[in-house]
Design a protein around this ligand. Structure first.
Ligand code: EPU
Length: 430
């Protein structure tokens, strides 16, 4: 699994209508959750469909430092965590992704103690880990933070009742991947019901765990002494799918996304319909045909099955040219609005008050030089570039590469005109 470490920009010629079909790649967030679960397995695991994006490459690299043996094949990736060890993980590497921290619990469950640096991830809010620590502590661990490194220790993990103050996707996954190896019965209440939680439960159960109720707010886990190995397919990425659907609507096009369950797209699809698009769907595909013009609407992010925070920024890009005034409210993260000043550079009219944006639709965006502030904000700017007159340059493409495999290649296959250029080359020429 290779990736370029070279900084790039995307040069987008706007105004091209997206048409055609796209097969959606494996889910980044489901893969990151499953990789935490792999650490709990004492035998080799074979994952099919792991996406080749930088977040996954970084997590695999961290797992290798912890003793995992990773081998790449055409059909998937083999990961053997039969022999794990604690390592002095470079804090800067751990800080590149949020889910580096979600390995603390399973590693401790395997070794009796574990240490990992404080995590990072996209700069979209403070993103504390208090729910995670509360959960691990309830299971019998002692967790300390010393000089930026979390140390977790437990002679024995004991099943218990845990109530999450908020249905955190990450805390739900982390606690599940730990409690599967605890002694006895764990009940996790107010759990996240995200599809990625269900994927992790399916993975853990295939490896011999006893997890019930994933996808509901109460998950019960009967601990087992060890997990075995086996094969597991990573499902398609619902967030990539949503991004392509929004991009189709934004360019007045018609795009079919394939390999995804339509029920996971309901919040995005219902908004696109409200805006005037028509949508067809089958067992594992959805097709959006943009309407003649798109109407303004309101979007408020919520935990699943509410409107996903990850789709808020791409949706804001689409709404910049909607007919009327739209309101977009971000309720999950404090700082997931850094795309707003960039959209304004392109002519968008957005009034921001805290986490709420009031967007007055304009006839057309204008191409500009903009910088991706984070992963989904970067996707939003690419969509804005597709909608805009003339040329847009999106800098900070390394954010987009964290979660979208072959982003511009896929969009180009639908009729977009996007070129990836080494940042140095573009700077020298501009
Ligand atoms: N939170 C706490 N304390 C905690 C954990 C979370 O206060 O201990 C707060 C967070 O600060 C946030 C809220 O709870 O305000 C939700 O966080 P959650 O734990 O649900 O999110 P996460 O695990 O950090 C995952 C995805 C995000 C996605 C969110 C919400 C991964 C790797 N990340 O993050 O995806 O936005 O769930 O669905 O699965 C992305 O892909 O671009 C991305 C950021």
């Amino acid at each position: 699994m290779e990736g370029s470490s070279q900084k790039s920009v995307l040069r987008i010629q706007g105004g091209r209508r997206l048409e055609g079909a796209v097969a959606v790649k494996g889910s980044k967030n489901a893969s990151l959750a499953v990789l935490s679960g792999v650490l709990a397995c004492s035998e080799p695991v074979f994952l099919r469909g792991l996406p080749n994006v930088s977040d996954i490459r970084i997590k695999l690299g961290l797992m290798v430092q912890l003793g995992a043996k990773v081998e790449f094949f055409d059909e998937g990736v083999s990961i053997d965590c039969s022999e794990l060890r604690n390592a002095d993980i470079e804090p800067d590497l751990a800080r590149k992704i949020r889910t580096s921290f979600y390995m603390l619990g399973p590693l401790m469950a395997r070794l009796g103690n574990a240490k990992l640096p404080q995590p990072g991830g996209c700069p979209i809010g403070t993103r504390p880990v208090d729910f995670h620590i509360k959960g691990l502590t309830a299971l019998g661990a002692k967790v300390d933070l010393r000089h930026g490194i979390y140390h977790a220790k437990a002679d024995k993990l004991q099943g218990c009742e845990i109530y999450l103050d908020f249905p955190s996707a990450g805390a739900t996954q982390h606690i599940m991947a730990t409690a599967v190896l605890a002694e006895g019965h764990t009940v996790l209440q107010n759990a996240a019901i995200e599809p990625e939680v269900i994927t992790l439960a399916n993975f853990l159960n295939r490896m011999g765990a006893k997890v019930e109720g994933a996808g509901s707010t109460t998950i019960t886990i009967e601990g087992v002494p060890r997990l075995k190995g086996g094969e597991f397919p990573i499902p398609a990425d619902r967030l990539q799918a949503g991004t392509y659907l929004i991009a189709a609507a934004a360019t007045g096009g018609s795009v079919r996304v394939e390999g995804v369950l339509p029920e996971f797209q309901s919040p995005v699809v219902s908004k696109l319909k409200e805006m005037g698009a028509s949508v067809d769907q089958g067992g594992d595909w959805i097709q959006v045909h943009a309407g003649e013009y798109h109407a303004a609407t309101t979007v408020k992010t919520m935990p699943y099955p509410g409107f996903p925070t990850d789709m808020q920024q791409p949706m804001a890009a689409l709404l910049t040219t909607a007919n009327g005034v739209s309101i977009v409210e971000e309720t999950i993260y404090e700082n997931r609005t850094q795309h707003v000043p960039e959209l304004r550079r392109m002519g968008a009219i957005i009034h921001q008050d805290g986490r709420t944006c009031v967007i007055t639709g304009v006839a057309r965006l204008d191409g500009a030089v903009v910088t991706a502030p984070d992963l989904r904000g970067g996707a939003a700017l690419v969509i804005a570039g597709l909608m805009a007159r003339k040329e847009t340059i999106v800098k900070g493409v390394e954010w987009i590469d964290r979660g979208y495999e072959d982003f511009e290649t896929t969009l180009n296959s639908l009729g977009a005109e996007i070129e990836r250029i080494p940042a140095e080359e573009w700077e020298a020429a501009s």
